[in-house]
Design a binder for this molecule. Structure first.
Ligand code: B12
Ligand code: SF4
Ligand code: SF4
Length: 356
């Protein structure tokens, strides 16, 4: 089989498995420039409380080692669109307060299954061919490989954009020992636009393409554990989990959402995503409710912390009884303190005798 028809076969299989875009990069060339940027990001402390981002640094430089896949020659970079019709989302509900990628089941499971199938297929394409599927399963700079493969280009908001499809995409890879023709990196197409940089509610971009996660609402609401400092806590606005502002303003996302059959891998909104944040505060089975959803990444106390900031932002005085109960009864002292501040901000400060 000629290389080009091999590539065509893989493209067809990827499409049939539900992937919307595919790029191919050489896996045996290290990511020198991109790795230097990653190191500069760490050296500046921009990873904030995500200390795990600084682990296994060297592994991120290349894919053809024993850490990833010895003898790797190619990496298939894949993307799946996840934007769903906005009309599904009840205004003001929990779903309206969470990033679009989280409005369904955990994408890792859904995409991993497809990547595994694609890797199994690639293994059949030659004697002794090896293939490893990856989606957040190894320390890999996924965006850097995607940009190299020509899948899309890296926007100033740091996200991979596929022209015609936008940036509401999730990425995954299949690294293989099979040699395939690599794609050409796409030239950046942002031009003079700076909408994402200007729209970021917390000014988290010190420069185009560079994100300081210490200010990013996505990092603060998903990854940050424990209390949040003021004024950060009061700047979260209408964000309970994740943030899409730097994508909402991007002209490349003015594309039509994918047809429903393409997004069927993301389950319908669950019961609790239809709740209001007030109801979330009252929910007794928060842990069970989040299971199988990307929100499982955020422990219940942190989710309540985020809900408190949304309720204060909305001046939701109707939530005062639930907030005061949290302030009195929650087992986490830092969350009780957050709840006390929220009650105070809403004009329902607890009597000092009740403060524990
Ligand atoms: C940690 C992480 C986060 C952290 C930190 C993000 C960050 N910027 O580092 C937080 C929690 C903030 C986050 C947020 C989001 N994330 Co995230 N995240 C990751 C994760 C697990 C690792 C990223 C990483 O290694 N960061 C370290 C930095 C230094 O590396 P990098 O992001 O590759 O950065 C490159 C650029 O900064 C670039 N660069 C730097 N300077 C310059 C200068 C120039 C001129 C150029 C051209 C490039 C450039 O080079 C760097 C090295 O390659 C990846 C999955 C993965 N394994 O890659 C998903 C991933 C990047 N996230 C993803 C998503 C969907 C999101 C959110 C949209 C979720 C949301 N709605 O809340 C936001 C978007 C925020 C944003 N604008 O980036 C997707 C992105 C898909 C896409 N279309 O690009 C990924 C790829 C997950 C996936 N498998 O699909 N994320
Ligand atoms: S995700 Fe939100 S807070 Fe983070 S950089 Fe984008 S707009 Fe700013
Ligand atoms: S908003 Fe503008 S600058 Fe930002 S990624 Fe989109 S096109 Fe590029």
């Amino acid at each position: 089989m000629y290389r080009s028809s091999l590539e065509q076969t893989i493209r067809e299989r990827a499409r049939a498995l539900g992937f919307d875009a595919l790029g191919i990069a050489r896996a045996d060339l290290p990511l020198d420039t991109e790795f230097a940027r990653y190191e500069a990001f760490l050296d500046a402390g921009m990873h904030g409380s995500m200390t795990w981002l600084a682990e296994n640094r060297e592994v991120r430089r290349r894919l053809d080692t024993a850490d990833i896949l010895k003898g790797a020659r190619s990496v298939l970079c894949l993307a799946i669109r996840y934007a769903r019709p906005e009309k599904e989302v009840v205004p003001g509900s929990v779903a309206s307060l969470i990033a679009r990628y989280a409005r369904g089941q955990d994408y890792h499971n859904a995409i991993r299954k497809r990547l595994r199938k694609l890797a199994a297929f690639v293994r059949t394409l030659g004697e002794g061919v090896e293939a490893r599927p990856m989606i957040d399963t190894a320390p890999v700079l996924e965006r850097a490989w995607a940009a190299r493969s020509g899948l899309g280009f890296l926007g100033k908001n740091g996200l991979i954009i596929v022209p015609g499809q936008g940036s509401y995409l999730l990425l995954g890879e299949v690294v293989t020992t099979l040699e395939l023709p690599p794609g050409e990196p796409m030239t950046e197409r942002c031009g003079s636009c700076t909408r994402c940089l200007d729209a970021c509610p917390t000014g988290a971009f010190p420069a185009p393409f560079v994100l300081d996660t210490r200010r990013c609402i996505s990092a603060l609401t998903i990854e940050h554990r424990g209390p949040l400092d003021e004024p950060i806590h009061s700047s979260l606005g209408e964000h309970l989990f994740g943030c899409d502002v730097c994508q909402e303003v991007c002209p490349f996302n003015r594309t039509r959402p994918p047809p429903p059959e393409r997004t069927r891998l993301f389950a319908p909104l669950s019961r609790w995503q239809q709740m209001t944040p007030e109801q979330l505060l009252e929910a007794t089975d928060l842990d069970a409710l989040r299971k199988g959803s990307p929100l499982y990444r955020c422990p219940p106390a942190e989710l309540l912390r985020n809900a408190l900031s949304v309720l204060v932002h909305r001046n939701a005085r109707n939530a005062l009884p639930a907030i005061q109960r949290l302030a009195r009864e929650h087992p986490e002292p830092w969350l009780r303190a957050h709840a006390r501040q929220a009650a105070e901000a809403l004009g329902g400060a607890l009597p000092s005798a009740e403060i524990v």
